[in-house]
Design a protein around this ligand. Structure first.
Ligand SMILES: NC(=O)c1ccc[n+]([C@@H]2O[C@H](COP(=O)([O-])OP(=O)(O)OC[C@H]3O[C@@H](n4cnc5c(N)ncnc54)[C@H](OP(=O)(O)O)[C@@H]3O)[C@@H](O)[C@H]2O)c1
Length: 313
């Protein structure tokens, strides 16, 4: 890592403090100390900032202790002009609010970011490689992400960085995804047993995003790839057997089968994800060549994650 040059101070605004935003904020607060004069802020609804719900209050208190400033705004109800005004005082805006309010929001936020005149924008695209997947995929939300990429590429006033992370590691093992069936001891491979998937934990995404934001020479107008692990569904079954010490049957859910399932239920989000992951395009890339490998930053493999989180399954 280029530690010899002190990174320029930045004023950074993170949108949202959920599953992804919190680790991004924690790591930014830590890494920002390398570049004195930097400030970290988080945009949340006023009702969240003032929340008395114990879990929310604990998060807000933690962020305040870390020196993170609170900025009250509403990504759904505020207009593009209002959001542009909120973003304007910052150098860098990082989208971590997920798909709040669906398909329209990514474009709304990107438009506000360009209007605000900020120097650099990190859109909420912590996921798969939408360009390799292409338009018209089973997951129509991905087309909205491609629209944002086109908008960002068509201008040269605001720099942009996209961080491709693959699937959040925990999601692969979520019962609702149905790829891992703990009860019946089976893995339902998406596409085939040799189809691959790239996985990264939100904690590692937070750690690596903070390094990317302060990286010198400055990263701009590029897609940065991360991978905690890249493995086939066959390898997922084997790691479960090692970690849990019991056999896992290997089933295959083919692309035609998953497309038929989606046709029966065309608005079902999880079915859209299953079909797109089964197609195997743009959902996995080798670990070699990723930012974490190039910078030799340790990340959590799927097996490490499973050992830490699945012991009771
Ligand atoms: N690659 C992947 O596999 C992948 C990538 C991204 C996300 N995901 C999944 O999608 C889910 C979303 O994760 P996430 O961290 O991106 O989102 P999240 O955990 O839902 O957090 C969203 C954040 O945005 C805030 N927010 C929501 N509506 C807002 C509004 N109108 N104005 C301002 N702030 C608002 C929320 O605040 P409140 O506390 O007020 O609601 C929260 O802080 C996760 O469950 C994750 O598993 C998966």
């Amino acid at each position: 890592m280029t530690e010899s040059t002190t990174p320029s101070p930045q004023s950074i605004l993170v949108l949202g403090a959920g599953e992804l935003g919190l680790p991004v904020l924690r790591n930014l607060a830590r890494v920002a100390k390398r570049s004195p004069g930097s400030t970290i802020s988080v945009l949340l609804r006023a009702s969240t900032i003032d929340s008395q719900v114990p879990e929310k209050k604990a998060d807000i208190d933690e962020l305040r202790r870390l020196g993170v400033h609170m900025v009250a705004a509403d990504l759904v109800n505020d207009s593009i002009e209002q959001l542009a005004e909120v973003f304007a005082p910052f150098d860098t805006v990082i989208g971590c609010a997920g798909m709040v309010a669906g398909r329209e929001t990514p474009m709304k936020l990107a438009t506000a970011a360009l209007k605000s005149g900020i120097k650099r924008y990190f859109p909420w695209q912590f996921g798969v490689d939408f360009e390799v997947i292409g338009r018209g995929s089973p997951q129509d939300l991905f087309d909205a992400q491609l629209d944002v990429r086109e908008l960002l590429r068509a201008q040269d006033k605001t720099e942009w960085v996209i961080i491709s992370t693959g699937m959040f590691t925990s999601f692969l093992f979520e019962p609702v995804f149905e790829v891992v069936d703990f009860e019946n001891g089976a893995v339902n491979a998406l596409g085939s047993l040799d189809t691959s998937v790239t996985l990264t934990t939100p904690g590692d995404i937070g750690k690596l995003t903070a390094e990317i934001v302060f990286f010198e020479p400055r990263l701009r107008n590029e897609i940065v790839y991360l991978s905690g692990d890249t493995l086939t569904y066959g390898q997922v079954a084997s790691l479960l057997e090692r970690v849990l010490g019991r056999p896992f049957k290997r089933n295959v859910w083919t692309v035609p089968h998953l497309m038929q399932e989606l046709e029966k239920d065309p608005t079902h989000h999880i079915k859209k994800y299953r079909a797109v992951f089964a197609q195997g395009r743009g959902v996995a890339w080798p670990k070699a060549g990723t930012f974490n490998e190039q910078q030799t930053i340790q990340v959590t493999t799927a097996e490490q994650w499973a050992r830490e989180n699945l012991a009771n399954e």
